[in-house]
Ligand binder design. Structure first.
Ligand SMILES: [Ca+2]
Length: 192
């Protein structure tokens, strides 16, 4: 009898606890969200990046040729779709040519470095030429100095009048970075 009494007493003591549990359970339905969202207090740095065309990058994965490169930074790094691999020329001027494997009416070239702020701001001087056959080239963007800055994505965009091209060549003649004596590009993109 004493044991039964103890069991009844324990059950009675547990009832308020069970009741308390029920009162703190709150069912919250998930908000409607179809894509990742960033709170306003955490702005996306990419919002300040120089915008690039959202059309196909005609240079990616295409045959590429350049002169001498520095260390392991070969030219095929420049159109592999990764900004953590890059090409670095050995000295200036530095030419790099893409075979688009077809004729396209091109109007924009982008040169990108790694967007990490470890890559400090620098200026590179770049000209752009196009060709129908890989032998005769026409300049479409005269040499100009472009500012690379992680705050704007460490990328520059060179727009020019649309021109038919099967080959696109960039000629680098200056890099203000004190860490290298050559041109640098993590990705070079070509767009119609
Ligand atoms: Ca790359």
């Amino acid at each position: 009898m004493k044991r039964i009494f103890c069991l009844l007493l324990a059950a009675l003591l547990a009832l308020p606890a069970l009741a308390a549990c029920e009162t703190i359970v709150t069912i919250v339905s998930a908000p409607e969200q179809t894509a990742p969202q960033r709170p306003p207090c955490f702005p996306d740095p990419a919002d300040d990046y120089i915008p690039l065309p959202d059309t196909e990058n005609l240079a990616q994965g295409k045959p590429v040729a350049s002169g001498a490169h520095t260390d392991v930074y070969v030219d095929r790094n420049v159109n592999d779709g990764k900004t953590d691999t890059y090409w670095e020329s050995k000295g200036f001027p530095a030419e790099i040519t893409f075979d688009l494997q077809g004729t396209y009416t091109v109007s924009t070239v982008a040169v990108c470095l790694n967007p990490s702020s470890i890559w400090e701001p620098r200026i590179q001087e770049i000209a752009v030429e196009v060709s129908p056959d890989g032998e005769t080239f026409t300049q479409v963007a005269a040499p100009d100095r472009y500012q690379f800055d992680a705050a704007t994505g460490n990328r520059v965009r060179i727009d020019f009048d649309p021109m038919p091209a099967a080959f696109v060549r960039l000629i680098f003649t200056l890099n203000s970075s004190s860490r290298t004596g050559g041109a640098q590009a993590a990705e070079i993109c070509v767009y119609e």
